[in-house]
Ligand binder design. Structure first.
Ligand SMILES: Cc1ncc(COP(=O)(O)O)c(C=O)c1O
Length: 436
């Protein structure tokens, strides 16, 4: 690529100057592999960006999208719809926990989070509790890049340039305890951190709090697995005070934890679930908010306005885009036909064993994991994040793609990984971490 050809595209969440010096490109993908423009095979250790658990190049999805585009390429999502939108919603609703069966479609995780925030406000207003405008979130959370998501997220870099976002947001502590290292699955210690929510209620008043947003497993900041009992305790506190509990399952949704949703893996039912990424196996941009029917009932069915009046003044031009709906249906078909969530559950033990075998490497300071998700921390250099950045670049050169956030590698293999893919992943990680 010439310098000129690379001038125009401004890459997101990327140090662009460094990328221009050393472009890390993929030009093709198939199965669990990416291929560089010069034909080198790179193992996909992050399912793209948590998007592609069924592996790349799935013909059934591509064909469904192609067919849909020829049949009906676009329809206004306002005042109009199309059959596949309802079919996609029904298919998603069959996977969500009981009762969370009203589905609002959007196009990205960030939009799903903003939508969920608005639904929470609309719900409380509709039931006569309009003072509930405060949101509770958590340090080290990542809820996307809309101003709502920036406010909820507990990431300093997300706010350094853009400020705090919405003012009405407060944060609980994160659950990554200093002394709890190298724990496979849920740590025994830390459930009491959920009592931060109770303290925030005491400070701000339950009557002012709309919702508590958490990722069941904080994904982007390094696979922070919740302590045993933590999510259950959050549920109890929300119930006690009439606060909605929202699980942001943009990463954990669609089998990553061994069940369709982490809510099911951890046995805790939230009121709202946001999802994106794997909903179409990454093939089309799409996200969704699954809402408990009680909330929908309050906002929509019981609206005091005449039925000609819009009940929820919100939506996107590309909500339930026909091609995205076709992709979602085809992806869910694959997940079900190939029993991929069960496969994720079965592969988890082998994957986590391989991942945790890296703990003896001196530069590795912690490893965490659950289901088909893992986090590996490396000791930071003088500039935080520099070593993590070097790690992901070296891994690319050595034939493995993973996402890094700061000094943490976030691993999320496709569920189609076989044991020899896990072995290869571990070998490349060991070689690269050892030389780092
Ligand atoms: C939990 C969570 N919420 C929201 C988002 C934002 O999603 P998007 O990048 O599609 O806007 C992400 C992205 O990684 C995420 O992990």
């Amino acid at each position: 690529m010439t310098a000129l050809a690379m001038d125009n595209h401004w890459l997101p969440f990327t140090p662009n100057r460094d990328f221009h010096d050393e472009p890390k490109l993929f030009s093709r993908a198939q199965g669990v592999f990416y291929y560089t423009p010069d034909g080198r095979e790179v193992l996909d250790g992050s399912s793209g960006l948590f998007t592609t658990p069924a592996g790349h190049g799935r013909k059934e999805i591509a064909e469904a999208v192609y067919k849909q585009m020829l049949e009906l390429d676009f329809v206004s999502s306002f005042q109009r719809s199309h059959p596949k939108a309802f079919e996609a919603a029904e298919r998603v609703a069959r996977l969500t926990p009981d009762g969370l069966d009203r589905i609002f479609f959007c196009n990205s995780g960030s939009e799903a989070v903003d939508t969920a925030m608005k639904i929470a406000l609309a719900y409380h207003r509709a039931r006569g509790q309009s003072s509930r405008t405060l949101f509770v979130s958590r340090e080290r959370a990542y809820h996307g890049v809309g101003f709502g998501g920036v406010a909820l997220s507990g990431l300093v870099n997300n706010r350094r340039t853009f400020g705090p976002g919405l003012p009405n947001t407060v944060h609980m502590r994160h659950t990554h305890l200093k002394d709890v290292r190298f724990v496979k699955g849920e740590p025994e210690q830390g459930a009491d951190l959920a009592d931060d929510l109770e303290r925030l209620v005491q400070l701000h008043g339950a009557e002012n709090i709309a919702a508590c947003f958490v990722e069941p497993i904080a994904g982007s900041t390094g696979t922070l697995v919740p302590p045993k009992g933590y999510l259950k305790r959050l549920r109890e506190i929300c119930d006690k005070h009439g606060i909605l509990l929202v699980f942001d399952e943009v990463i954990t949704g669609f089998g990553r934890t061994g069940h369709a949703f982490a809510a099911q893996s951890f046995g805790v039912k939230p009121d709202v679930i946001t999802m994106a990424k794997a909903i179409t196996n990454g093939v089309q941009p799409m996200s969704a908010v699954a809402v408990h029917r009680r909330i929908h009932q309050t906002v929509v069915e019981e609206s005091p306005n005449p039925k000609e009046v819009i009940e929820f003044f919100h939506g996107y031009t590309w909500s339930a885009h026909p091609a995205a709906c076709a992709a979602a249906i085809a992806a869910i078909d694959i997940y079900e036909r190939e029993r991929l969530f069960e496969r994720a559950n079965q592969m988890s033990a082998y994957f986590l064993e391989g991942l945790f075998s890296l703990k003896d490497i001196p530069v590795v300071t912690d490893i965490r994991g659950y289901g088909m998700m893992g986090g590996v921390d490396v000791a930071p250099l003088a500039v935080p994040g520099a070593r993590g950045h070097a790690l992901q670049k070296k891994l690319y050169d050595n034939g493995l793609h993973i996402k890094t956030t700061g000094d943490c590698g976030v691993i999320a293999p496709p569920f189609t990984f076989a044991t020899d893919h896990v072995d290869r992943f571990v070998d490349v990680m060991r070689k690269t971490l050892t030389a780092l």
